[in-house]
Design a protein around this ligand. Structure first.
Ligand SMILES: C[S@@+](CC[C@H](N)C(=O)[O-])C[C@H]1O[C@@H](n2cnc3c(N)ncnc32)[C@H](O)[C@@H]1O
Length: 302
């Protein structure tokens, strides 16, 4: 990739304005370029809204320092309580020189590219890897990257026989999809996921001609309505770090729209989330399949 200016994420404009025409590098924004593909020392400017997870953040900072030109400008910012207060220490450890300011609960560091960078450890720690414990390809920063999510585990334990064409909405590393595709009567499964890193891992975790992979926001896909026999999902309830119940509710409405008449939704959710009303409204029937460890598994019929 040979752009001159880039941005990672959506930094608040009043705190850091990316250059005009800056190319988006966040893996959470479908269609963006991968920061890993930026040629070393090629960017004139880069603004990074640093992610909250510390391994992921150090990896992104190291990628940013790798990508920036020696005379380029790297601006990194984060809310103080979501990694911002650690930025200075982390940039120093990577060998960068910078100036730090504080504004509107954010820390903002403007770094130059130092002569002696020490990026290898951070790049390695944040890279995709095969986890023996999970038996899956995974990457720090991806949902539940180093353990099986208990909600997902509960749905796996109660997954009924499925058949025909289906989708896994918010498929993550592909844990649910693997269990679905273990069923011979399933003819096709579309994994929809907004995190490109998770989807790249899912491609490595699932070697099955019946699977296809869609890097997209579930709220904006062009999947055909009314064609699926089933949908499985453990919907997200965070968007950009903040709890967003509407997102899970939209996943439910989207699932209802994708299903054929009498098609089935199998979903798990945290017990405290208010999904019953939207399930009842969007489906002709809905019942609780299981409840344990703070999670509920629902089966609904379109
Ligand atoms: C609770 S996780 C479940 C992941 C996986 N299905 C599992 O059970 O381990 C929700 C997933 O939805 C993805 N996601 C969040 N918002 C999304 C959106 N608007 N469209 C598609 N996927 C989204 C997240 O990146 C995350 O991987």
């Amino acid at each position: 990739m040979t752009a001159a200016h880039a941005v990672y994420g959506r930094p608040p404009r009043e705190l850091a304005e990316p250059a005009r025409g800056a190319v988006q590098l966040s893996p959470l924004i479908p269609g963006s370029q991968a920061i890993e593909d930026v040629e070393a020392g090629s960017l004139e400017s880069l603004v990074i809204l640093a992610p909250p997870g510390s391994i992921e953040r150090r990896y992104v900072l190291a990628q940013g320092l790798r990508a920036i030109r020696p005379d380029g400008s790297l601006t990194v910012l984060a809310p103080k309580d979501k990694g911002g207060s650690r930025l200075a220490k982390e940039l120093t450890a990577l060998g960068a020189t910078f100036e730090e300011t504080a504004r509107r609960h954010h820390r903002i560091c403007v770094a130059g590219r130092a002569a002696e960078l020490a990026l290898d450890e951070a790049l390695q720690a944040g890279a995709p890897r095969f986890s023996e414990a999970l038996g899956l390809w995974t990457q720090p920063g991806v949902f539940s990257w180093d353990r099986l999510d208990p909600g997902t585990g509960l749905l796996l334990a109660h997954l009924p026989p499925l058949a025909g064409r289906g989708a896994d909405l918010g498929a993550g590393l592909g844990v649910l999809s693997r269990a679905v595709l273990a069923q011979g009567a399933v003819t096709r499964l579309t994994l929809v996921e907004t995190d490109r890193r998770a989807l790249d891992c899912a491609r490595r975790n699932i070697d099955d001609a019946r699977a296809d992979f869609l890097w997209a926001d579930v709220r904006q896909t062009d999947l055909a309505a009314g064609e699926l026999d089933f949908v499985v999902m453990n919907p997200p309830f965070h968007d950009g770090g903040a709890e967003d119940r509407a997102l899970g509710q939209t996943f439910i409405e989207t699932a209802a729209g994708l299903l054929k008449p009498a098609g089935r939704l199998l979903m798990v959710a945290n017990r405290h989330l208010p999904y019953e009303a939207v399930l009842k409204r969007s489906f002709s029937a809905c019942h609780l399949l299981a409840e344990a460890q703070g999670f509920k598994v629902f089966e609904a019929r379109a």
